[in-house]
Design a protein around this ligand. Structure first.
Ligand SMILES: Nc1[nH]c(=O)nc2c1ncn2[C@H]1C[C@H](O)[C@@H](COP(=O)(O)OP(=O)(O)OP(=O)(O)O)O1
Length: 164
């Protein structure tokens, strides 16, 4: 198996709106995305909670593990495995951070796909409608050369599909 780097990515939802942040640095700089980051010496859930709090000051009270996106870049030897969660219960008031500035709520109908990672458009419909999914996306020079998105009946099917 190729070496893998683990990430979490969290989407907060409220009344058909989704909270996104404009990334100020690092991977995805200048794009709108959910909150998240690298898994350190911790569980996936703890990473998701920590990153959500660090990046927008919300404390998750529920986290639903909906899917996994596997990103492979031609000529790079490490794959990115991004575990996607949604959160519908939380405490606190959302606030911008050094890494996510500004942050704002978008109606599901007004998601700014043209200012997001190119493959988001393919799997967001699953995430927005709370369906389990797996994605294997291969990039070359910033362009998608293969993007396989599948819907599943449970999170276990997601893991077996991506051989995780
Ligand atoms: N190709 C990709 N498409 C996508 O939609 N999200 C991606 C992605 N590759 C990584 N991500 C997500 C995972 C994670 O939520 C975020 C990247 O996290 P970062 O690299 O910013 O991690 P950290 O917040 O740990 O970084 P630092 O705090 O700068 O060390 O983008």
């Amino acid at each position: 198996m190729r070496p893998q780097k683990l990430f979490t990515l969290i989407f907060v939802k409220k009344n058909k709106e989704i909270l996104l942040g404009h990334k100020t640095r690092g991977l995805g700089k200048g794009l709108w995305n959910g909150f998240g980051g690298k898994v350190e010496n911790e569980t996936l859930l703890n990473c998701a909670k920590r990153e959500l709090y660090e990046e927008c000051s919300l404390l998750a009270e529920n986290l639903n593990h909906l899917g996994v996106v596997k990103y492979e870049v031609v000529d790079e030897d490490v794959d990115h495995i991004v575990h996607v969660f949604t959160c519908t219960k939380y405490t606190g008031t959302e606030q911008r951070s050094e890494e996510m500035d500004p942050i704002r709520w978008f109606n599901f109908k007004d998601v700014p796909y043209e200012k997001m990672w190119p493959c988001a458009k393919k799997w967001w419909p699953y995430m927005l409608s709370d369906k389990y999914f797996s994605v294997h996306c291969i990039y070359n020079d910033g362009n998608i050369i293969s993007n396989n998105v599948l819907g599943h009946g449970s999170i276990n099917h997601v893991f077996s599909e991506l051989s995780l």
